[in-house]
Design a binder for this molecule. Structure first.
Ligand SMILES: NC(=O)c1ccc[n+]([C@@H]2O[C@H](COP(=O)([O-])OP(=O)(O)OC[C@H]3O[C@@H](n4cnc5c(N)ncnc54)[C@H](O)[C@@H]3O)[C@@H](O)[C@H]2O)c1
Length: 459
C-alpha cells in the first residue's frame, strides 16, 4: 500500500501515544512516527508493557506497531522525514518565576519549536496538540519564521478533547474535532490537509474549523466548563449534607432539564488529573494578564471549591472517627484520578493520603492499575504507607475504608467479607458515591457518602 503522508508526533505521553495509535489504525496508508526525549518511555512503547494503561490501547498498538506506527528517540530524523508534525509535549503549571503556580510552563513546547526549526529541510505543517495559552501559535510562528532559510511552516491548532479512561473510544468517535488555522491561503490549505486526515473516520459535520485563537481558547474553556460542573455539584453536596437533602436526587432533578443535561453531575471527593486544575489556572492567569480581574476570580472559584471539597472529605473522616486518626489504619480504595486509567497526576487520593498522614494515620493504598504511580507519589512517606493490590488484603485490619476512585470492581466487592476482617466500629467514606450505602449499613458499617445523610449505628 502506498504511504500517502508521513506524520510525526513529538511527545509520546498520554495524548501522543493513543492519538497516533488511532490515526495509524484508521489510516493504514499513512506512516506515523512518535518520538520523545524520554528513551525509557519509548522503550516501553516498543515493549509488551506499555507506559500507560488505557482500555483498548494494547490491541491497537499490537495491530499497528511495526506496520505503520513507530516509536523512536530520533527527533531530528523524525522532523526531517515527516511533513505533518503534531506537538504533544507536556505543558505543566509553571513552578518558578513570574506566574509560578498559575501560568503554563512553555519550556518543553519552545524546545520543540526550536528543534523543528533546526532540523526541518522541507515544508511542514506544525500542529499544536498540547493545550496551550491562547496566542501561543503566534509565538510558534515567530520562532519558526526566524530560521534564516526558506522552509515553509504552517501552524495549526488542533486541541485534543479525549478523556483518559475512555481515550480510545473518544478518539475513534469524537464529539468533535477542532482545527484552527490562519485565514491565509497557506493556512487554509494546511487546514484542509488535516481535515482530510480526520475525515478518514470522523463524520465531516463533526470536524469543525475556526480561527486559530478560538481553537486554542476553546480547549481551555472546555476544560473550565467541565470542571465548573463538578465544582457546582460538589458545592451543592456540602449544602445537602447540612440540610439532609440528597445530592443524587438533586442532581437527577436538575439534570432532567434538557438545557442542563444529566452528564457530569456526580458529586465526589473532587476532580483530579493533569488537566483541569492546570488549564483553569492557566485561564485565570490569562484573564489577569488582560486585566479581567472579575473573570479571573470567577474561574478561580472552581479550583477553590475543589480544594474545599478535598479538605472537607478528610474533615468528615476526622469528625466521624472521634476526632483522632492517630495510629488508625485507613485503606484508600483506588488511587488513580479516575477509573480505567493508571494515571495519578493531581489525583484526589494524593491529597487525602497526605492529609491522613498529617493526622498520623497509617494508610494502605489499593488500586488495580495505579500502584506504581502511587508509590512514586508517596515515596517520601516511608513506613506509614503500604501498597496492596488485593482489596480484601488491603482492607483487613483497617478502621476505615475510603473510596477514592470509581473502579467498577469496588461496586462488586464482598463487603460482608471485608466487614468481618476490619476493626469495629468499621467506617466507609465513599468519595465517589459508588457503593450500595444501605446494604453496607445493614452489614454493620457506618457509612459516609458525599452529599447525603450518613448512615450510622450510633444513637
Ligand atoms: N492527558 C490528557 O488527558 C490530555 C487531554 C487533552 C490534552 N492534553 C494536553 O496534551 C499535552 C500532553 O499531555 P500528556 O498527558 O500526554 O503529557 P505527558 O507528560 O504524558 O507526555 C508528554 C511527553 O512529551 C515529552 N517531551 C517533553 N519535551 C519534549 C521534547 N522537547 N521533545 C520530545 N519529547 C518531549 C515528555 O518526555 C513526555 O513523554 C499537554 O499539553 C496536556 O495539557 C492532555
Amino acid at each position: 500500500m502506498t504511504q500517502k503522508r508521513n506524520i510525526l508526533c513529538i511527545g509520546a505521553g498520554y495524548v501522543g501515544g493513543p492519538t497516533m495509535a488511532v490515526i495509524a489504525h484508521k489510516c493504514p496508508q499513512y506512516r506515523v512516527t512518535v518520538v520523545d526525549v524520554n528513551a525509557r518511555r519509548i522503550g516501553q512503547w516498543n515493549s509488551e508493557r506499555l507506559p500507560i494503561y488505557e482500555p483498548g490501547l494494547d490491541d491497537l498498538i499490537r495491530a499497528t506497531r511495526g506496520k505503520n506506527l513507530f516509536f523512536s528517540t530520533d527527533i531530528a530524523g523524525g522532523i526531517r522525514d515527516n511533513d505533518i508534525i503534531f506537538v504533544s509535549v507536556n505543558t505543566p503549571t509553571k513552578s518558578y518565576g513570574e506566574g509560578a503556580g498559575m501560568a503554563a510552563d512553555l519550556q518543553f513546547w519552545e524546545a520543540t519549536a526550536r528543534q523543528i526549526l533546526q532540523y526541518a529541510e522541507s515544508p511542514k505543517i506544525v500542529v499544536e496538540k498540547s493545550t496551550l495559552p491562547v496566542k501561543t501559535a503566534l509565538a510558534l510562528e515567530r520562532i519558526l519564521g526566524n530560521g534564516g532559510h526558506e522552509v515553509r511552516f504552517d501552524v495549526l491548532s488542533n486541541p485534543e478533547f479525549m478523556a483518559e479512561g475512555s481515550a480510545i473510544r473518544d478518539l475513534e468517535e469524537p464529539d468533535r474535532v477542532l482545527i484552527g488555522s490562519r485565514g491565509t491561503p497557506g493556512g487554509l490549505a494546511a487546514r484542509q490537509t488535516l481535515v482530510d486526515l480526520y475525515a478518514h473516520w470522523v463524520p465531516r459535520e463533526k470536524i469543525v474549523t475556526s480561527n486559530i485563537w478560538s481553537s486554542e481558547l476553546s480547549k481551555l474553556v472546555s476544560n473550565a466548563f467541565l470542571a465548573q460542573r463538578i465544582s457546582s455539584i460538589n458545592a451543592v453536596s456540602a449544602l445537602c449534607e447540612a440540610t439532609e437533602a440528597d445530592v443524587s436526587e438533586v442532581a437527577r432533578a436538575v439534570g432532567m432539564d434538557s438545557r442542563v443535561g444529566p452528564k457530569f453531575l456526580n458529586a465526589s471527593v473532587g476532580f483530579g488529573g493533569s488537566c483541569f486544575k492546570k488549564d483553569i489556572l492557566n485561564l485565570v492567569y490569562l484573564c489577569r494578564r488582560y486585566g479581567l480581574e472579575e473573570v479571573a476570580d470567577y474561574w478561580e472559584g472552581v479550583v477553590r471549591i475543589n480544594n474545599y471539597q478535598l479538605a472537607r472529605f478528610t474533615r468528615t473522616m476526622l469528625r466521624a472517627m472521634f476526632n483522632t486518626l492517630t495510629g488508625k489504619k485507613i485503606c484508600l480504595l483506588g488511587f488513580a484520578f479516575k477509573a480505567n486509567t493508571g494515571d495519578t497526576r493531581e489525583s484526589p487520593a494524593i491529597y487525602i493520603a497526605r492529609n491522613l498522614l498529617a493526622e498520623r494515620a497509617v494508610v494502605v493504598v489499593s488500586d488495580p492499575q495505579a500502584l506504581a504511580n502511587a508509590a512514586a507519589d508517596l515515596k517520601d512517606a516511608d513506613g506509614q504507607v503500604s501498597f496492596v493490590a488485593d482489596p480484601y488484603e488491603a482492607t483487613a485490619g483497617c478502621h476505615a475504608v475510603a473510596v477514592m476512585t470509581e473502579w467498577d470492581l469496588y461496586r462488586e466487592l464482598d463487603f460482608e467479607r471485608i466487614f468481618e476482617t476490619m476493626l469495629k466500629p468499621a467506617f466507609i467514606f465513599d468519595g465517589r458515591n459508588v457503593l450500595d450505602h444501605r446494604r453496607c449499613f445493614e452489614i454493620g458499617f457506618n457509612v459516609y457518602p458525599i452529599g447525603k445523610p450518613p448512615l450510622t449505628h450510633f444513637s
